[in-house]
Design a protein around this ligand. Structure first.
Ligand code: FRU
Length: 499
């Protein structure tokens, strides 16, 4: 073990012990989402099933709650909910990754756990692809690293934007898909193949390209078969406002559905229903980025994302940790869209259930109708539940007893939008609001499944047709939930506390 790895491990152990010993520090943390053990985490990495367990690695700087030279942290699980801490697997301790071990993925191969990742030596230095092999606990970086460099790419591109390899094997061929910034086309996916993952990687194709329409750089590519189609997911950077429709300015995470041709190694996109778009947002919230997927032995394709973003960092500076992952989500294609639903293991967490009906036009003084910071809230409304022109339903969550501090989820039937507003929590200069257009439903009803866990709210709309994930930090004792119903219909809420 290198000195750097040893040092990081000791530091993580110390912080984890500090958090475990403090009720106050524990109360800030989510209960059923994976959160950083110490310091900063970002992208999920190496999400895979190996040796009877679900493995999840993550981009990690254990020393402070800011991004720094990337290590890889590691946890394992058998149910996607309870995560067992494992030892940190990588520190930036080799000549080709001394600036950081950036994102990557993992597969099982001949009994071994094979990881591909990006090595960087500095912020503006060329990015190279590397391999490490392990047994689920410790991993060894190969002597043949780096296995792919800028010299293996037969066209012009920006060398410091070539990263986040996704590996898979088909027959006796290994495939490695990386994100890249091409000078001519903006964000692209580039594919390499090899018959031996340790060496011999050859450029195969540019699988798909943005042409500057969906961002200038495509980070964290993933591509996998699902329900008879191929799905590609990626995190495009530098999206221009309004282009494409539904995307936000800056970084986004998106999916495309289509076909992958194994002979030409090209991806052809389908046009998504009810639009002329070929890419849609994976999550419309403020806090979602860099997701990746894994395949379970039972055939489920499961996605996990980083529940934060690069642009607005709101974790209080005094926290010894920052960064969480989403609830893992099962994926399906339905009516031409990608649907995401919380893994079914999550349902087993549901405990005490309470239902409350809030009558039409019941505009209270925001009195609490329920108190909870870890639970699920389900409700359904009609798309056209507005008769008087008001047509609004507001839920306030994490509300303080004096009602001054809260976050709000705001449904507007006239505009057909859902808004998350965290401007009533005191983060100087960091107030923020996000509005999304709601998907149209077939039966005129819109369903909401809201998952609340201390400092995050994930809303699954129409059984996962769209998702809206947002985070916030307020003291744990602010746990009131209140409702303003300005719709023309009663709304029935089902609240579940978590076991
Ligand atoms: C995405 C990303 C990746 C990179 C990693 C660095 O969030 O920028 O492209 O590998 O984070 O931590």
């Amino acid at each position: 073990m290198s000195e750097l790895l040893d040092k990081a491990q000791n530091f993580e152990n110390e912080t984890a012990a500090k958090i475990a010993a403090s009720k106050e520090l524990q109360a800030q943390r989510p209960q059923f989402h994976l959160a950083s053990p110490s310091g900063w985490i970002n992208d999920p990495n190496g999400f895979s099933f190996y040796n009877g367990k679900i493995h999840l690695f993550f981009q990690y700087y254990p020393y402070e709650n800011i991004w720094g030279p990337m290590h890889w942290g590691h946890v394992t699980s058998t149910d996607f909910i309870n995560w067992h801490p494992e030892k940190i697997v990588f520190a930036p301790d080799e000549s080709y990754d001394c600036g950081g071990c950036f994102s990557g993925t993992a597969i099982e191969d001949a009994g071994k756990h094979v990881i591909v990742y990006t090595g960087v030596t500095g912020i503006n230095s060329p990015q190279v692809q590397c391999v490490a092999v392990g047994d689920g606990e410790t991993y060894t970086k190969l002597d043949t690293n780096p296995i792919i460099t800028e010299k293996d790419v037969p066209f012009e591109f920006v060398h410091e934007h070539f990263r986040d390899p996704k590996i898979w094997k088909d027959g006796d061929t290994y495939y490695l898909l990386a994100g890249m910034r091409s000078k001519a086309k903006g964000g692209i996916f580039v594919l390499f193949t090899s018959h031996d993952y340790k060496s011999g990687w050859k450029f195969a194709s540019v699988v798909d390209e943005s042409d500057f329409k969906i961002g200038a750089m495509w980070e964290c590519p993933d591509m996998f078969p699902l329900d008879g189609k191929t799905v590609a997911i990626f995190s495009p950077q530098e999206i221009k406002a309004g282009c494409p429709k539904g995307f936000n300015e800056g970084n986004n995470s998106a999916y495309m559905i289509g076909c992958f041709d194994k002979i030409t190694c090209k991806f052809t996109r389908d046009i998504l229903p009810a639009s002329d778009a070929t890419a849609a947002m994976l999550d419309y919230g403020i806090d979602f980025y860099a997701p990746q997927t894994m395949l379970m032995p039972d055939g489920r394709r499961v996605l996990i994302g980083w529940m934060q973003n690069w642009e607005v960092k709101i974790t209080p500076p005094e926290y010894p940790w920052t960064g969480m992952m989403t609830i893992p989500r099962e994926l399906h294609i339905k009516d031409g869209w990608l649907y995401q639903t919380p893994v079914r293991e999550f349902d087993l967490l549901r405990g005490e259930v309470v239902t409350k009906v809030v009558a039409a036009s019941e505009v209270s003084a925001y009195d609490a109708i329920f108190a909870c910071r870890h639970g699920e809230i389900d409700f359904e409304i009609s798309e056209d539940a507005a008769t008087d022109g008001k047509g609004k339903l507001e839920l306030r969550l994490a509300q303080s007893r004096d009602k001054k501090t809260f976050v709000s989820l705001f449904f507007d039937t006239k505009m057909k939008t859902l808004t998350f507003d965290r401007s009533h929590i005191s983060i100087p200069g960091k107030t923020f609001c996000r509005t999304m257009e709601l998907p149209t439903s077939k039966n005129g009803k819109i369903t909401f499944r809201c998952i609340l866990d201390t400092c995050s709210l994930e809303v699954f709309i129409n059984d996962g047709q769209a998702v809206f994930s947002n985070i916030f930090f307020v003291p744990a004792e602010h746990d009131e939930i209140s409702v303003h119903n300005n719709l023309s219909e009663d709304v029935k809420f089902t609240f579940y506390k978590m076991k």
